[in-house]
Design a protein around this ligand. Sequence first.
Ligand SMILES: Nc1ncnc2c1ncn2[C@@H]1O[C@H](COP(=O)(O)OP(=O)(O)OP(=O)(O)O)[C@@H](O)[C@H]1O
Ligand SMILES: [Mg+2]
Length: 341
Amino acid sequence: MSPAPVPARTHGDLLLSVRDLHVTFPGHTRKATGTKAVVGVSFDVHAGEILALVGESGCGKSATALAVMGLHGPDVKISGAVEFDGVPMVGRSERELSRVRGKQLSMIFQDPLTALNPVITVEKQLVEVLVRHEQLDRKEARARSVDLLRQVGIPDPQKRVKDYPHQLSGGMRQRVMIAIAMACNPHLLIADEPTTALDTTIQAEILDLILELATERAMALLLITHDLGVVAQTAHRVAVMYAGRIVEQAGRYEVFDQPRHRYTRGLLKSTPTLVGEARDRLDTIPGSAFDAEPWDQGCAFAPRCDFAVPACQAPKLDLVPVGSGDEHLLRCVNPAGEEES
Ligand SMILES: Nc1ncnc2c1ncn2[C@@H]1O[C@H](COP(=O)(O)OP(=O)(O)OP(=O)(O)O)[C@@H](O)[C@H]1O
Ligand SMILES: [Mg+2]
């Protein structure tokens, strides 16, 4: 797997812009303040590029993705700006959002069983999308559905298109979800842990399929994954999240060769095959994200960080450029030096 080349004609075109995004889930009681899942996240995705969003479980990756898609329920508090192709997404009506979703902007979820409708055949699910967004008549849409299944590698597509989701294997279901997501050639695909629910042997196949289709169609990809090996091989840029915030963001080479945030370093070291020889025991980052102090009392990672200094308690820790360009962004007052490895 090699990284997709960014197509020259679209290079630099801003597709998705997220600014100061906050997502707060409601508390269980009236007095509870709720969970601040995303705390001021900003990033851009350009046409044709693959941006990987990484970070440990619970750091707010899915909450960010769902906010971009406009898929959170009404009780979830969202603020900030999300612009897709120059059009604001936050605060748009469900009707307006559904015109964009599935057409220019699509998402593949971790678990295809919950995303697919269990009582409707694959054909009907595909036809519905194609009729709604591509203005095909039903006959054309049915023919296109079979084509799409063929494109995502489903054997005997004419027969399988009549199946209900439960009649398909996990890998096939994920392929169907990819077919639905790709049906209208979206400009941006969000893939949230698209392979974790699958058998390890099928994971690589499905990921290759997503990357192949993305490259073929010059589609941008926001890839959410725990698999840093995949990120190292595929992403153009990487954003590392911790406790609801991006703590480091840079081109893939900077992140993997010269990570500056102590959390990024910990994350890379805890991945078995990425750094140096295979070892008997993995490094783990002591503590857990749940020990994190809220960001308004300083860096949320400081309690787990061996390099914490008093300045980490600064109430305002911005994500600022480091190095010569403005490509490498860092939220840390005592980062690792460029020479440290
Ligand atoms: N529906 C919900 N109601 C309340 N809290 C939620 C809800 N969904 C997520 N959260 C909380 O929001 C925080 C961020 O969750 P999110 O699902 O975005 O994490 P994630 O980075 O996608 O993790 P994972 O890698 O495990 O998928 C977590 O603390 C989580 O418990
Ligand atoms: Mg998630």
